[in-house]
Design a binder for this molecule. Structure first.
Ligand code: HEM
Length: 483
């Protein structure tokens, strides 16, 4: 049998089996519903409420998907069906706390099938002790000691980026420009990939990968997932080559063990002396590029939007950053200690994370049957927490629609009501790294420019993270004396 006919038969067989599985599962749940499950709707067969969820991401109030169901069904937990999976959405600080503190006891991390397939050998597919070991091996490149070394390099890279893409320009499209910046920075800090042609080839593939990584995992030409799979293969091929060259350079002692995350991943072992395999290194690198790149792009872009709309907030950020700039010698790079002084600026970032969280939620899977808020959660059910259940709730955030950076001063928000990075053992690995990355950029941009939005009230839909529909074009006004 020719290999292309064989491939077709294999594809048709796999699709038929998958469809059968979904049909049996969907109809069983609809025809014989378990009366003890949380209230809610499983929506349409196969697609569930995915379309409503995706559509809400394009509306001015994306949190309504969750908040409407909390009001209609139950404020603590409701059921829905997204991306082909029946799911219980845990709400409020109590729901967040429950999921974060029961990892490896009642629940485990879970990602949609599309993510698991594209990042097969990475952290997203491991749980329990294996995940702890892998996380520990990766974390030493993202912990405070490593970050102290990164801040100066971040500053240098940011200055270079601003000279090339902002200075001397009257107008800039913020989103694509910042997107390039965060990608270049991650390539540089994670794997010393500095060749602009190589970076732009990777960035192109990465863009396709991102559009399909959280989507229906239908691997046939024309679907977003198919394109994402092909892009992931291209990126992995390139990363594998880079990893092999680095291994060689390390063996010949022409590369440094502490050079970047890649060197670190190649050399570190777990307590039992096991090295990460090549696939684990490549897939975890791809995961880190995925997790670090569009999240921070989205946050920096939204910060720039709010600073244009709120001149008094801009002035306070500028004052804080100029005080830090004045305390430095000419040409001296930012240090970790400077980042700690950027308290007001970080509160501004927090407020952006509350109003426009880049991640709409994360998933878990029930590993045993258990009861929550009086309802049965069956083993195997998928669970989800979402910032939407708390961050616009006036009970936790008075004047929730307003931008109030001072709400993070003192004791700050109630425990588990503001968790942009998640919590518990599966908390975001970049929660420390994101802070200097965003603040170093903010420092360099506010001390050089003020800006106006060229399209006031431009829409910022989720796809899958918040991205302005026209790229957020701004008109730049350099300060009289640039620092
Ligand atoms: C402002 C920027 C960022 C936000 C808001 C954010 C948020 C999140 C959230 C909500 C999760 C899921 C947590 C959960 O499952 O409960 C997550 C996971 C993750 N993030 Fe971030 N993130 C950001 C930046 C970064 C950066 C810069 C990196 C890497 C340097 C990173 C690496 C990761 C990784 C590896 C995971 C998976 C952790 C695991 O499975 O245990 N993130 N992030």
């Amino acid at each position: 049998m020719s290999s292309s006919l064989y491939d077709h038969l294999l594809l048709i067989g796999t699709l038929s089996l998958l469809s059968l599985y979904f049909v049996i599962k969907t109809f069983k749940e609809r025809l014989f519903p378990n009366p003890h499950l949380p209230p809610g709707s499983l929506g349409w067969p196969l697609i569930g409420e995915s379309l409503e969820f995706l559509r809400s991401g394009h509306s001015p109030q994306p949190e309504r998907f969750t908040r409407d169901r909390m009001e209609k069904y139950n404020p603590q937990v409701f059921k829905t069906s997204l991306l082909g999976e029946s799911m219980a959405v845990f709400c409020g600080p109590a729901g967040n706390k429950f999921l974060f503190s029961n990892e490896n006891k009642l629940v485990n991390l879970w990602w949609p099938r599309s993510v698991k397939k594209l990042l097969e050998s990475s952290l997203v597919n491991v749980v329990g002790d294996e995940a702890k070991k892998m996380k520990r091996m990766i974390m030493t490149s993202l912990d405070q000691d490593a970050l102290k070394r990164y801040v100066g390099r971040m500053d240098l890279a940011t200055q270079h980026h601003i000279r090339k893409h902002w200075e001397g320009k009257e107008e800039v499209k913020v989103y694509p420009t910042v997107n390039l910046y965060t990608f270049e920075l991650s390539c540089h800090l994670f794997a010393s990939i500095d060749d602009p042609i190589q970076v732009s080839k990777l960035a192109h593939q990465f863009h396709i990968f991102l559009k399909g990584v959280i989507h229906f995992p239908i691997n046939i030409p024309g679907t977003r997932f198919y394109s994402a799979s092909k892009a992931a293969n291209e990126i992995k091929k390139e990363l594998r080559l880079i990893a092999r060259q680095r291994r060689d350079a390390l063996d010949k002692k022409i590369a440094l063990p502490g050079q970047d995350l890649l060197s670190h991943l190649l050399l570190s072992t777990d307590a039992g002396g096991r090295f990460l395999s090549e696939s684990e290194i490549v897939d975890n690198l791809l995961l880190l590029l995925f997790a670090s790149h569009d999240t921070t792009t989205s946050v920096i872009t939204c910060v720039i939007k709010y600073l244009a709309e709120l001149p008094e907030v801009f002035e306070m950020v500028l004052r804080e950053q100029l005080d830090i700039a004045k305390s430095k010698e000419a040409g001296e790079l930012l240090k970790w200690e400077d980042i700690q002084k950027m308290r007001y600026s970080w509160n501004v970032v927090y407020e952006v994370l509350r109003l426009m969280p880049p991640i709409r939620g994360a998933f878990r899977e029930a590993i045993v049957d258990f009861t929550y808020a009086g309802y049965t959660i069956p083993k195997g059910w998928k669970l989800c927490w979402t910032p939407a259940s708390t961050t616009k709730d006036p009970g936790f955030f008075p004047n929730a629609e307003d931008f109030v950076a001072s709400r993070y001063e003192g004791a700050g928000p109630a425990p588990y009501s503001f968790v942009p990075f998640g919590g518990g053992p599966r908390i975001c690995m970049g929660n420390e790294y994101a802070r200097p990355q965003i603040l170093v950029f903010l420092h360099n941009i506010v001390k050089r420019f003020k800006w106006d939005l060229l399209i006031p009230d431009e829409k910022i839909p989720y796809d899958p993270m918040p991205a302005p529909s026209q790229g957020l074009p701004v008109r730049l006004q350099p300060h009289q004396s640039s620092a």
